[in-house]
Design a binder for this molecule. Structure first.
Ligand SMILES: Cc1cc2nc3c(=O)[nH]c(=O)nc-3n(C[C@H](O)[C@H](O)[C@H](O)COP(=O)(O)OP(=O)(O)OC[C@H]3O[C@@H](n4cnc5c(N)ncnc54)[C@H](O)[C@@H]3O)c2cc1C
Length: 377
């Protein structure tokens, strides 16, 4: 199996690394943890200028027609740099979902503006039950005249505080199977009746509680087919899980590099600690985890891009990478000793994001269960 990148992907990777080193150093990452918005409009504009927001969108919607694998290459670099901001929510949760299920009119109106950096998007899926399954969708959308009225609460909605458009997953029908009766609506983030509260999170990212109190949306806001929205959500979750894995691989790779560098130069008992067998074995475990995570992630991304059956591969990737990134950061801390525990050191930035990413779009247990189902268990 050849997992090497194409020439264009190598160029994208190099350009992304140079840009992120320059424009998103750790001082920016730290400052954005405290910032109300979580990113600066200047950086967002530059990202749009590079064409990254439209990278995986077709040319007819203002994109450059790249594939999901290209997006994963870029996300790996973003995860390495810990780039803050609403890229993931806009592109993976918003634009890709609209591209998958939206009407031609919705796509023509929104996607070119996403590509130009003029619209920030997100997906409001999870609720206080915090499950990734259809049974967790309770927010109601009731038909009233030509409108739908949305009532309910969404929790852990990324970047809702800055979103121009929110794709809301709502319950439009009751049936024995919770997967039936779910619909998607494209709602303005500033619609009357919507309030958001930015939550305090371990990764200091911007996840929100969003309350919908009698929010009226016209019937043409429906994304896809009434009551048949859950398969669309499932596909979005698959893409998001693999995309999150790509980010995690990038973060884990950087932790590995930082740690190996440190083990080579930190001297204790008259020798670099990297010459002690215990430290060598820790590093060997780290690289095995990082490379293993990269292999399963790109295998899943490739199958997803090619439209091949990929449920097992997607869940294997998320189950493995969720735990691998956390193991890598834990060993990174161990090898750094006391210094790695300080706030000034970058290790804590990675560890906190590893913990958050572990849970996003299903933790390891959730995905192991799905792998087991795919094995007929
Ligand atoms: C949360 C926290 C609170 C602390 N509070 C205090 C405090 O109140 N007072 C205080 O004095 N100190 C305190 N410390 C410091 C602590 O005692 C030191 O961090 C610890 O002894 C490790 O030393 P170091 O950081 O220099 O790591 P190093 O000695 O550089 O060790 C780094 C890594 O190398 C490994 N290593 C080192 N030598 C060898 C060897 N010979 N063979 C194999 N592996 C080796 C270590 O196991 C570790 O994984 C605290 C540390 C932490 C994390």
């Amino acid at each position: 199996m050849d997992l090497s990148l194409t020439e264009e992907q190598e160029m994208l990777k190099k350009m992304a690394r140079d840009f992120l080193d320059r424009e998103a150093p750790k001082s920016y990452v730290r400052a954005m943890e405290e910032d109300e918005r979580g990113f600066t409009p200047e950086t967002w504009e530059k990202i749009a200028g590079l064409g990254w927001l439209g990278l995986a969108l077709p040319e007819k919607y203002g994109g450059s027609g790249g594939g999901f694998l290209d997006l994963c290459v870029l996300l790996e670099e973003m995860g390495r740099a810990l780039l803050p901001g609403p890229f993931f929510s806009t592109v993976l949760l918003g634009a890709c979902t609209l591209l998958e299920a939206g009407s031609e009119e919705q796509k023509k109106e929104i996607l070119p503006r996403v590509a130009r950096g003029e619209r920030i998007m997100t997906l409001a899926l999870t609720e206080p039950s915090a499950t990734w399954e259809a049974k967790g969708v309770h927010l109601k959308a009731k038909a009233k005249g030509a409108d739908y009225i949305l009532d309910g609460t969404k929790l852990f909605v990324p970047d809702a505080h800055v979103a121009d458009d929110i794709i809301v997953v709502a319950r439009t029908g009751r049936s024995a199977k919770p997967e039936n009766g779910v619909s998607l609506f494209l709602v303005s983030g500033k619609a009357p009746g919507i309030t958001h509260t930015v939550l305090k999170t371990i990764a200091s990212d911007k996840q929100c509680e969003v309350v919908f109190d009698g929010v009226a949306v016209p019937a043409r806001s429906l994304v896809g087919v009434l009551n048949k929205g859950w398969p669309v959500v499932e596909k979005t979750l698959q893409r998001a899980a693999v995309a999150k894995c790509a980010e995690m691989v990038g973060g884990a790779q950087r932790v590995l590099e930082m740690t190996v560098e440190y083990a080579k130069q930190r001297v204790q008992f008259g020798r670099p600690i990297g010459s002690f067998q215990a430290i060598q074995h820790y590093c060997a475990n780290m690289v095995t985890d990082v490379d293993g995570a990269r292999f399963v992630t790109y295998e899943a991304a490739w199958r997803l891009q090619e439209g091949l059956p990929c449920a097992k591969e997607v869940s294997m990737a998320k189950a493995w990478t969720s735990e691998a990134y956390r193991r890598v950061t834990a060993l990174g801390h161990q090898i750094h000793g006391g210094i790695g525990f300080t706030k000034e050191h970058d290790m804590q930035l990675y560890f906190r994001r590893a913990k958050a990413a572990e849970l996003a779009y299903g933790d390891a247990d959730f995905h192991r269960e799905r792998v087991a189902q795919q094995m007929g268990l």
